[in-house]
Design a protein around this ligand. Structure first.
Ligand code: ADP
Ligand code: MG
Length: 255
């Protein structure tokens, strides 16, 4: 069903103990679109991504990925908690890229990229390798397939991490500050790969401080603060004509 949004959050709340980290988040991300998530540290951006990726359980509201509940399944109009195995299966449909690339240090770029398709998806080594080589080519690393992470720059490592996530053929990609740990001169090569991925039609949620990227690539920009969505809009609406003081104040510091 093409008109089911890829991600739909309705009144999503998340608490850690007594602290409410997400407060009634409403957000819809249509299939094939790129949403950039902005906001100060502590706003709840990472927690929101972790909830979408089944790494945290929400306390209230409804969170759906591709029309299916995260953490729950519906049966006869009632919601039942998902079993761990089912959660693991749903998680495979979502790729995640972190600030720190989290590659396996004892594996080459190619080995990092084929590991999950073989171990988790049961692919043969030949088919996993074929796609991994295509993906490593796509992220510009055809000449680095046999290199270990320690032999690669931060930008190259992050591009391997993107290839590795794509190797699971996800329907949704989550990026949590993917360029924040990189030296400035290496940021562009990672953003280029993400730009290409967006053009290919991948649905993406990108937490970033790269306002140029957000303005150019995002279909929608979401400004979060204090666990709330303060404002959502097109890049030009949000950057050129922010409606809330909180947004204006944040943008004046980062732009
Ligand atoms: P952001 O990514 O926008 O910087 P986070 O989602 O990391 O924000 O954090 C939002 C708030 O939730 C912060 O106050 C943080 O300290 C708190 N928090 C995040 N993870 C946990 C956790 N596992 N246990 C307790 N508090 C947490
Ligand atoms: Mg964060």
């Amino acid at each position: 069903m093409p008109d089911i949004p890829m991600v739909q959050a309705i009144g999503v709340s998340k608490r850690f103990g007594h602290i409410e980290v997400l407060k009634a988040i409403d957000l819809t991300i249509p299939r094939g679109e790129v949403a950039c998530l902005l906001g100060p540290s502590g706003a709840g951006k990472s927690t929101f991504l972790r909830c979408i990726n089944h790494l945290e359980k929400i306390n209230e509201g409804e969170l759906l990925v591709d029309g299916e509940f995260v953490g729950y399944r519906e049966h006869g109009g009632k919601l039942y908690e998902l079993h761990e195995r089912h959660i693991a299966r749903k998680r495979r449909e979502i790729g995640m890229v972190f600030q720190h690339f989290n590659l396996f240090p004892h594996m080459t770029a190619l080995q990092n990229t084929i590991e999950a398709p073989i171990r988790v998806n049961g692919e043969t080594k030949a088919e996993a390798k074929k796609r991994a080589l295509e993906l490593l080519h796509r992220v510009g690393l055809s000449d680095k397939v046999d290199s270990y992470p320690a032999e690669l720059s931060g930008g190259q490592q992050q591009r391997v991490a993107i290839a590795r996530a794509l190797a699971m053929q996800p329907k949704l990609m989550l990026f949590d500050e993917p360029t924040s740990a990189l030296d400035p001169e290496l940021v562009g090569e990672v953003l280029d790969v993400m730009r290409g991925l967006a053009k290919s039609g991948m649905t993406m949620i990108v937490v970033t401080h790269e306002m140029g990227f957000a303005r150019e690539v995002a279909d929608s920009v979401v400004f979060m603060a204090d666990g709330m969505v303060v404002e959502t809009g097109s890049p030009s609406a949000l950057f050129d004509n922010p409606q809330h003081e909180r947004t204006r104040s944040f943008l004046s510091k980062v732009l």
